[in-house]
Design a protein around this ligand. Structure first.
Ligand code: PEP
Ligand code: MG
Length: 320
């Protein structure tokens, strides 16, 4: 039955004792979204809108954007779709938004910061998202990438509400945002951990440099601690707001168990990882996941964290 459970995701992310953890898909456009829906995704946890427009050297019109977003929303009627506003810059340059001469693009004007240098693009994108959302039955949430401060989160949330988007959130991918998640969640309705960038910035290790792969691991206990702090902020000050993960960490079935143990509410990943993550998650209770998260957090280094958690997951032997 394990082989069968690995070929398709059953569309119901949960621990062995029935603690629900929706398994969502990361998509870059309508074709991806259709595939993800067929593979059993419970929604979209990250629509990378910049992927819809990578080839463009001019800003797409509002009408063009509406068509692109509708294609995704229509693949998930009645389901949640989290749209990320353009994350241009560094590893994802967009000629109409980013300055290719910056000396250090990953610390430069990227993501939400492009609203300073190209005013109007974000506002038009929010209009397009709202228009597409109105025309579909998907439950549309929207979030900004590369948020570093509470004021940025507040400004973004205000822009979303003006555009008619009622569920604004932000990505936590800069350590400052992880540390301030309680205040950020006073302004925003949810956060989603972008563990690829959160790891890069916590470890000061370029995510594109293979040489630094060992440093650039979400298993680094420092990164796990930032995730733990983000979740702690989401239940502080009377909040009860969800923290999701949409970075590659969620696609590692072993690490996914740790994330759930740390209190993450949803996992979003490439659709081919959903069945393995779903199967491993179903092999542990929430309490066991919490115990494994403690073991990982208290490890001396990334290797020890991973080894400890693997040893606590007998299903891995069955899965091979
Ligand atoms: C991340 O940084 O983890 C993330 C999901 O965003 P991206 O990989 O698109 O930068
Ligand atoms: Mg990112």
């Amino acid at each position: 039955h394990v082989a069968a459970s690995l070929s398709v995701f059953d569309g119901n992310g949960a621990t062995a004792d029935g603690h629900l953890v929706p398994i969502l898909a990361n998509v870059g456009g309508a074709a991806d979204a259709v595939k993800a829906a067929e593979a059993g995704a419970q929604g979209v946890g990250l629509l990378r809108t910049e992927f819809c427009f990578l080839e463009r050297d001019t800003e797409p019109t509002i009408d063009e954007q509406v068509v692109a977003y509708r294609g995704v929303f229509d693949a998930f009627p009645g389901k949640k779709v989290v749209v990320r506003t353009l994350d241009a810059g560094a590893d994802k340059p967009l000629p109409f938004l980013t300055d290719s001469t910056e000396p250090n693009p990953s610390l430069g004007v990227r993501g939400y910061r492009t609203d300073m240098t190209s005013p109007g693009v974000l506002k038009r994108q929010l209009t397009a998202i709202a228009t597409a959302a109105e025309a579909s039955s998907a439950v549309v949430w929207v979030m900004a990438p590369m948020i570093a401060t509470v004021d940025e989160a507040a400004d973004f949330a205000a822009m979303c509400r003006v555009a008619g988007l009622k569920t604004p959130g932000v990505m936590v991918e800069v350590p400052s945002a992880a540390l301030r998640s309680a205040s950020i969640l006073t302004e925003a309705e949810f956060v989603s951990l972008g563990t690829n960038d959160l790891t890069q910035y916590a470890m000061a290790a370029d995510r594109q440099l293979g040489t630094l792969a060992a440093l650039n691991s979400p298993w680094q206990p420092a990164v796990l601690q930032l995730i733990q702090l983000t979740v702690a902020g989401s239940i502080a000050e009377g909040h009860n707001k969800p923290v999701g993960v949409c970075g590659e960490a969620a696609a590692d079935p072993v690490l996914a168990v740790v994330l759930v143990g740390l209190g993450v509410a949803t996992l979003s990943m490439t659709s081919r990882s959903m069945s393995a993550v779903g199967a491993v998650l179903k092999s542990v209770t929430l309490e066991e996941a919490q115990g494994l998260a403690e073991l990982a957090l208290s490890a001396r280094n990334a290797d020890e964290a991973r080894t400890r958690v693997r040893a606590g997951l007998p299903i891995l032997e069955e899965l091979g």
